[in-house]
Write a protein that binds this ligand. Structure first.
Ligand code: ADP
Length: 747
């Protein structure tokens, strides 16, 4: 749904609520005084300086300096109260120091779905009172409450997001995940069972008498049980290796499926802004390992929880205080780790652009397409230097962060080791006093050593999960990016028996400050061949992209037989047209499959492929390849046959012809071919079918002069139209283009 429509719906909804005299309430969330607004909520804000607000602004429900950000989508006034309709951001909370004082309104009420929440009026009054009479810093308790509330909410929403992210990641691997969970629990508990067995064995050994039959039998039974538990532990670790591989394969498989599907369904415009590219870059980078990592960390967490529960039971039988010492021992380490994971994410986010730059330079330094020019112009050092500069800068920042944490982590280690040794001393003291047996001392030593590991692992895996989740959010946000606005199935069918009408079309690329198309009005009659000509950058390719439905006009419309392209939908348009672009792709697969890609909805038709290859003028070449049409093309893999760039271009044209659509769009389809080949291709197209509608962009005016209509583009506008003769007689732009063209070719 378009944003404007959504906003209008929300506004209408707000109006209705007021009309129906709803008692809207203001909810306090947790300890916090902030209303926990979420995406889709409607916040009604009392009093606000309208002149300072524009739609899309972040408005801040300011209560004593701490901020909750929301996007403004509309305002209206009723009974002297000004209402501001705001849509909660996904990231409800922000620490950004937004200082624009005017963006302030007091939350009056808000509504989520149809649910009403009860107001906590005492808190509300308290907050109001404090806000009016005191500044936050002089009331430490109040401030603490604010902080605690905020942190609680943050943690709560983080936990919810972890649950959500893990379930997205492991959705189709539930059974195998379950097996892994069981194994993890057993793996957590077994080492402690072994420790208990060993304690029992030691205690038996110190008191056993060889004459006592029952003691001997008991000892043997314990020994056998210990051996069995050892065996079970070994078997479990083998099972773990096997099942975690299965789990990681299953997750990897579905993550890549999601990733590829999402890429395919995104609007092209998504790839235009550097900020969006940064987001996509991070998502793709993290997708390769983060989902598996978070699930493995969760399994480690489960294993540690099982072990910790067992451990608590064990310590209760010795001295329960010791478990408290154990927990205190690991707290500093966990705390520093948590802090560093946040910093790490912020750093990673800030480094995204530079990292992309580094990968880009690396691609130039190692990629085949750049190798020729690099050798010829010798610019290896230039890019090597650029690569090293960026890499050094990134590495330095990373090292700086690690260094700042190094001392804190060493301190945490010293702290925990000291506490553990103190406890060991205490237990030895208990033994000397004769309060515990030697077996219990052994049990304690093992349990303490193992317990420290377990608790450390538990908290570390918890912090690791939080860290992974922060990174995984990028991937999930990528999956949640709106899919191609026009890719939905529609009820309208595509037909082209009359004409394509382009009416008052204006278009600007998101990343650009100029209109690529200003006000274009043209008609392409069905069955005719139309040519777009004009200088570079005059908007020809852009119009072709709009015809494919890749972008929507900012205003105006494109009609296929009178039906608006947006109603037909991009998917249906693409199914019914074919195109060759200037930047056509090379596929290192067999020649026949290269052509067959033109229509994968039907089974490959060899005769049709040969016909398309003939029309594109590449049949002779393909027939004489070592394996004919089955020859692998390109030099990426062994036994591949490399083609010339002109031959690759002909392959792209054959692929487009193979589709056999009623509309053929050719954007400089033969830039790498000579004039004769170009003419052959145009004739080939005509031979394939006479009733096709074709739109051709070409710089060679000699090859488009036979077109039924020629549209001359200049700076985003169509300045002339007509057939070749008419345009020459006009003596305008086309005339001068044609003569320049001819003169150039004569030179
Ligand atoms: P033509 O095909 O006539 O050479 P285009 O349609 O490719 O021209 O380009 C028209 C204008 O749009 C040019 O000013 C160009 O710089 C701009 N443009 C083209 N593609 C993009 C893009 N992806 N992002 C931003 N601007 C673009």
């Amino acid at each position: 749904m378009k944003q404007q429509e959504l906003n209008k719906q929300l506004l209408d909804f707000a109006e209705t609520l007021l009309d129906e005299n709803h008692q809207l309430s203001f909810r306090m969330s947790g300890n916090s005084m902030y209303p926990a607004l979420k995406a889709g909520d409607i916040g009604f804000v009392q009093k606000c300086d309208e002149k300072d607000l524009n739609k899309g602004d972040i408005i801040v429900f300011n209560q004593n300096g701490r901020l909750v950000a929301h996007r403004l989508i509309g305002m209206f006034t009723r009974d002297d109260i000004q209402f501001i309709i705001a849509k909660g951001d996904k990231n409800s909370y922000t620490d950004n120091p937004i200082t624009i004082e005017s963006l302030i309104g007091k939350v009056y009420s808000f509504q989520r779905g149809n649910k009403k929440k009860k107001i906590d009026s005492t808190k509300m009054k308290l907050n109001k009172f404090v806000a009016l009479h005191f500044s936050t810093p002089i009331i430490p308790f109040y401030n603490f409450r604010l902080q605690a509330g905020k942190r609680f909410n943050l943690l709560w929403s983080e936990l919810k997001s972890i649950k959500n992210n893990i379930s997205i990641v492991s959705k189709e691997s539930e059974k195998i995940l379950f097996v892994n969970i069981i194994i993890s629990i057993l793996q957590g508990v077994l080492p402690f069972i072994i420790i208990v067995c060993i304690k029992t064995l030691i205690d038996q050994l110190t008191s056993i008498s060889t004459q006592n039959e029952s003691q001997r039998l008991y000892f043997t039974v314990i020994l056998i049980i210990t051996a069995l538990v050892f065996l079970a532990s070994g078997v479990l670790s083998e099972l773990k290796t096997y099942f975690s591989l299965k789990l990681s394969q299953s997750i990897t498989h579905q993550i890549y499926q999601k990733l590829h599907w999402k890429h395919a369904s995104l609007d092209l415009s998504r790839y235009e802004s550097p900020a969006e590219q940064d987001k996509i870059h991070r998502a793709v980078q993290e997708a390769s390992f983060r989902p598996i990592k978070i699930v493995s960390e969760m399994l480690i967490g489960i294993k540690s929880v099982a072990a910790a529960l067992f451990l608590v039971g064990l310590f209760i039988t010795i001295k329960w205080h010791l478990i408290v010492i154990l927990i205190i021992a690991i707290i500093p380490g966990v705390y520093f780790r948590l802090k560093s994971s946040r910093k790490l994410y912020k750093q990673k986010e800030a480094q995204s652009t530079k990292e992309r730059e580094m990968y880009y330079f690396n691609r130039i330094l190692t990629g085949l397409p750049f190798a020729k020019e690099m050798k010829l112009f010798g610019f290896f050092d230039f890019f090597k230097q650029h690569f090293s500069n960026v890499q050094n800068m990134l590495f330095e920042q990373q090292i700086k962060l690690r260094k700042s944490e190094l001392w804190l982590n060493i301190f945490a280690q010293i702290f925990s080791v000291s506490l553990i040794f103190l406890s060991l001393g205490f237990v030895s003291y208990l033994k000397i006093k004769g309060e515990i047996s030697i077996g219990t001392v052994a049990l304690f030593f093992f349990a303490f050593q193992r317990g420290y590991g377990v608790l450390n692992e538990l908290f570390m895996s918890a912090t690791q999960i939080l860290e992974d989740n922060t990174f995984l959010n990028d991937f999930i946000a990528f999956l949640n990016m709106p899919t191609s606005s026009n890719s939905l199935q529609s009820d309208h069918s595509f037909s082209l028996s009359k004409e394509i009408r382009i009416e008052n079309v204006r278009f600007r690329y998101k990343s650009s400050k100029r209109d690529a198309l200003k006000l274009v009005n043209i008609t392409i009659p069905a069955g005719k061949t139309v040519a777009f000509v004009g200088a570079n950058g005059s908007g020809k390719t852009t119009l072709i992209k709009l015809l494919c439905g890749f972008y929507q006009p900012d205003s105006g419309r494109i009609l296929f037989d009178g039906i608006d392209a947006t109603e037909i939908g991009q998917q249906k348009i693409c199914e019914n047209i074919t195109a060759v672009f200037q930047d056509f792709a090379l596929y290192n697969i067999s020649a026949i499959n290269n052509i067959g890609l033109g229509n994968t909805r039907e089974t490959l038709d060899f005769d049709k492929a040969v016909k398309a290859a003939k029309a594109a003028g590449i049949n002779d070449i393909l027939e004489h390849l070592p394996n004919g049409y089955n020859t692998l093309l390109g030099n990426l893999f062994s036994c591949g046959e490399e083609l010339s760039i002109g031959q690759w271009q002909k392959m792209a044209i054959a692929r487009a012809f193979y589709r056999d659509s009623s509309l053929v769009l050719l954007d400089e389809p033969s830039s790498a071919l000579d004039a004769e080949s170009e003419l052959q291709i145009i004739n080939g197209l005509k031979k394939l079918s006479h009733d096709k509608t074709a739109v051709i962009i070409s710089h060679r005016l000699s090859t488009v002069q036979w077109a039924d209509i020629i549209y001359v583009f200049n700076d985003g506008e169509v300045v002339e139209s007509g057939n070749h003769q008419e345009l020459l007689q006009l003596g305008g732009k086309y005339y001068s283009l044609f003569h320049t063209n001819n003169n150039q070719s004569i030179e």
